[in-house]
Design a protein around this ligand. Structure first.
Ligand code: PMP
Length: 404
């Protein structure tokens, strides 16, 4: 993989911040976009912008074809059995909410349990809390070990015949931990529970095969896989999606409407009310193609080198503690430096052109578990380079001198 060539495809990487070359290490929040994604957006708006599905004119047909081509690309990207199992959403958050408001309302009742983990993003906590409050169900939480891995023994104890749903993150955005979701899914199925996997952080790094995982639901966001914001997908097993009640009502999701009774469209349109985010959905295909052209295995090899190098280099800094050192990790490092607030480090690094994320990363319960207000998180993508990690380490050395 030629990183220098790849960098040329990301125009934003040429800019400077505060007079320094941009070092972008906030990829877990959102990745930068390659030219082919930007070009797909420009091309759509300048050549075939039209509303999709019911139009019979050429532009509408072209837009519909491109929109549906992305559905096919998403199906292949995550190994789904059919395009009917792919529902476009605004992103992971909306996908999880869709399941909570449809499958959840239909199947969760008083006394039932929903099992999540201590490392969930708020978007995989709050929808279930709302559902539990409404239904009189309870939320159970799998604890996180000191090294940032999930306690699998606790998971097995928490899993009972009362568990109706396991909703768990594939890869933690705050720790980088890769969870053993296939084994967890098998165990959950053995007690009759359904499984939702939050793939917001895994989709960009790992090979996803929802059929092999046997996931009932899988959610991811386009903007974290080098695609545009405002589009993502929910995968659901066909029989589940068919039997679930509708989510939002409106145009597109109907078969026939009368004031007496409305019947609903077939999958996947049943869950896609209103004019969708056509442009960004079309451009998402360009992002998925970009990843497959390079090959996830090549991307992973590069990112692993960066992760190992960063981990090694950061550990040389006095007072630095890495939060999350599980065996199986993706390319991000979360850390704290004794005596310095993560926010202060973030501001100083920004002054050097280095973009990192600081704070709780939408995982407040996890921060509480580690007894910290937040961390500094450097997350790496395929266009990052070792020299940029050197800049981060040099920046932190300076910050330590200034702040301690
Ligand atoms: N889950 C995880 C693990 C995430 O990292 C994120 C995004 N930070 C989300 C869910 C929510 O994704 P989005 O904001 O794109 O809906």
């Amino acid at each position: 993989m030629n990183v220098a060539e790849i960098r040329k495809q990301f125009p934003i990487l040429e800019r400077t911040v505060k007079g320094r070359p941009l070092v972008y290490f906030d990829n877990a929040a959102t990745s930068q976009k390659p030219l082919q994604v930007i070009e797909a957006l420009r091309h759509y708006y300048s050549h075939y912008n039209a509303n999709i599905h019911r139009g019979i004119h050429t532009l509408a047909e072209e837009a519909t074809m491109a929109y549906e081509a992305t559905r096919m690309a998403v199906k292949d990207f995550i190994g789904a059995a059919s395009t009917e199992e792919i529902i476009f959403t605004r992103g992971t958050t909306e996908a999880i909410n869709l399941v909570a408001y449809t499958w959840g309302r239909q199947h969760i009742s008083k006394g039932d349990e929903i099992l999540i983990s201590e490392m969930e993003h708020h978007s995989n906590i709050v929808p279930w809390q709302l559902l539990c409050e409404e239904k009189g169900a309870s939320l159970k939480v799998i604890p996180v070990e000191e090294d940032g891995s999930l306690s699998i023994s606790a998971f097995r104890e928490l899993l009972t015949e009362r568990t109706k749903l396991l909703s768990v993150v594939h890869v933690s955005n705050a720790l980088g931990t890769v969870n053993p979701v296939k084994e967890m899914t098998d165990a959950a199925h053995a007690v009759g529970a359904k499984v939702l996997i939050d793939g917001a952080q895994s989709a960009v790094h790992l090979d996803i095969d929802v059929q092999d995982l046997d996931a009932d639901f899988f959610a991811f966001s386009g903007h974290k896989v080098y695609g545009p914001t405002g589009v993502g997908a929910l995968y659901g097993k066909r029989e589940l999606l068919e039997s679930m009640p509708v989510f939002q009502g409106g145009g597109e999701m109907i078969r026939e409407v009368s004031f007496e009774k409305t019947t609903y469209a077939d999958l996947p349109y049943k869950y896609e009310a209103g004019t969708p985010n056509i442009a960004d959905t079309i451009a998402l295909k360009a992002a998925l193609d970009f990843i497959s052209e390079i090959g996830k295995v090549n991307i992973r090899t590069h990112e692993e080198t960066l992760l190992n190098y960063a981990t090694e280099q950061l550990k040389t800094l006095p007072g630095l503690r890495i939060i999350g050192e599980a065996q199986n990790k993706v390319s991000l490092v979360s850390f704290v430096i004794e005596g310095i607030h993560p926010q202060d480090l973030g501001v100083l690094l920004d002054n050097m052109g280095i973009a990192v994320r600081t704070g709780h990363h939408c995982t407040q319960p996890l921060m509480k578990r580690f007894g910290i207000p937040g961390t500094v998180r450097a997350s790496f993508a395929l266009y990052n380079q070792k020299e940029e990690i050197d800049s981060l380490v040099a920046g932190l050395q300076k910050a330590i001198k200034m702040l301690l």
